[in-house]
Ligand binder design. Structure first.
Ligand SMILES: *Cc1c(COP(=O)(O)O)cnc(C)c1O
Length: 392
């Protein structure tokens, strides 16, 4: 059976060049970078090469890069570091649409006595900048705003927000897990203090990520132990993962604009055709202020989960905005924050592409989605009413 993977915001396939680069570090180059013998030196040099590759993609200095276990650890490290570095400040500013890696931590901080302000978004998923400005106070230790949303692809003006924070002496962190490798970054020219990225969202393996910490920013480690990462993140380095992340960043830097143009063309064709061919289909998220690879579409009067199961039957992998937790279908917090009506939020599907997809795959999905939607509508009482009203 044909298999089409359109769920790249959940995780990406590892690039063949990345796999090739990793293998020697699993086979013969297995030294511990902290060891003084040649095995250790070899591994240590590979880690430093990868650090330079990650830094180059971000426009950062290598000593501003700390390797972590992924996006979640980077987010936690950044936020907790700010709170520990400025213990008198008890306020965190964030948004209503963050990834659980930030959202759950902020909820936990609130239960521990911190004040947390979640800035709202509008119907298109754009941030309320007046509310954000009003939220920043003398008591704010850190403002953390994602670069691009994982569910809708909507991009926030984080450079601008970073400047607002800098003017007020507030640390600014961005969860850029979905942006790195898709949008050009140059941290040397920005006011961003800390930035999180994750390997498995840009064709490196799972379980490796990095945190950028600008030179001079106060920092408190999250993991204590050995002296790895210059005392900023203890634990023996994930050398194969780090090597893979370096190569993945190199590949992303090399062909970003050309590849993202191709990805955007595929995404746009998919989106245009689905909105045209499927009845009562609506785009979630701003049409242009968005990542080139993501489209989130609501098919009214049908359940997202039901669509996903049928898509899976024809080999298509996508994702829905609703998570089936403990038997209750909760629409996504992102779509709820945008004020997407319940009937639409339930029927949302996210298609997220990568440079490994093809236009032939787009055509396969365009061919299969409309009949699946029509079939599911015909099964539901509300859907049947709607079909009748359109036919008459
Ligand atoms: C995937 C993702 C994360 C979590 O990264 P992990 O490496 O899986 O821990 C955090 N933020 C965003 C926006 C993501 O998409």
């Amino acid at each position: 059976m044909k298999r089409v993977y359109f769920d790249n915001n959940a995780t990406t396939p590892v690039a063949p060049e990345v796999i090739e680069a990793i293998l020697p570090y699993l086979r013969e180059k297995y030294g511990n970078p902290s060891s003084i013998h040649t095995f250790g030196a070899e591994a240590g040099a590979a880690v430093e090469k990868a650090r330079a590759q990650v830094a180059a993609l971000l426009g950062a200095h290598p000593d501003e890069i700390i390797f972590t276990s992924g996006g979640t650890e980077s987010d936690s490290t950044a936020i907790l570091s700010a709170l520990e570095s400025y213990p008198a400040k008890r306020h965190v500013v964030t948004t209503r649409v963050e990834h659980p890696a930030v959202r759950s931590l902020c909820a936990h901080l609130r239960s521990r006595g911190y004040r947390v302000t979640e800035v709202p978004v509008d119907r298109q998923g754009l941030l309320d900048m007046d509310a954000l400005r009003a939220a920043l106070t003398g008591d704010t230790a850190i403002c953390t705003v994602m670069y691009a949303n994982n569910e809708t692809g909507v991009i926030f003006p984080v450079e601008k927000i970073a400047e607002l924070c800098r003017e007020r002496g507030i640390l600014f962190h961005t969860d850029a897990v979905q942006a790195v490798g898709k949008v050009p970054l140059n941290l040397a020219k920005s006011a961003i203090d800390m930035l999180s990225l994750s390997g498995h969202k840009l064709h490196a393996p799972k379980g490796i990520g990095a945190l950028y910490v600008r030179r001079g920013v106060r920092f408190a480690p999250y993991l204590r132990g050995g002296h790895q990462e210059r005392g900023r993140r203890a634990g023996t380095e994930n050398v194969p993962g780090i090597v893979g992340l370096g190569v993945a960043c190199d590949l992303a830097a090399g062909a970003m604009s050309e590849e993202q143009t191709r990805v955007r063309a595929m995404r746009d064709r998919l989106e245009t055709e689905l909105l045209r061919r499927a009845l009562d289909a609506h785009l979630n998220g701003h049409p242009t202020q968005r990542l080139p690879n993501t489209t989130n579409i609501s098919f009214e009067y049908v359940e997202g989960e039901a669509i996903l199961l049928r898509l899976d039957h024809v080999g298509i992998a996508a994702s829905s905005g609703s998570a089936c937790t403990s038997g209750s279908l909760e629409p996504s917090h992102v779509l709820r924050a945008m004020g997407v009506p319940f009937t639409m939020a339930h029927g949302s599907v996210r298609f997220s592409l990568s440079r490994f997809n093809t236009m032939a795959e787009v055509d396969y999905v365009i061919e299969h989605v409309p009949p699946i939607i029509a079939g599911l509508r015909a099964m539901s009482p509300v859907g049947r009413e709607r079909l009748k009203s359109v036919a008459s």
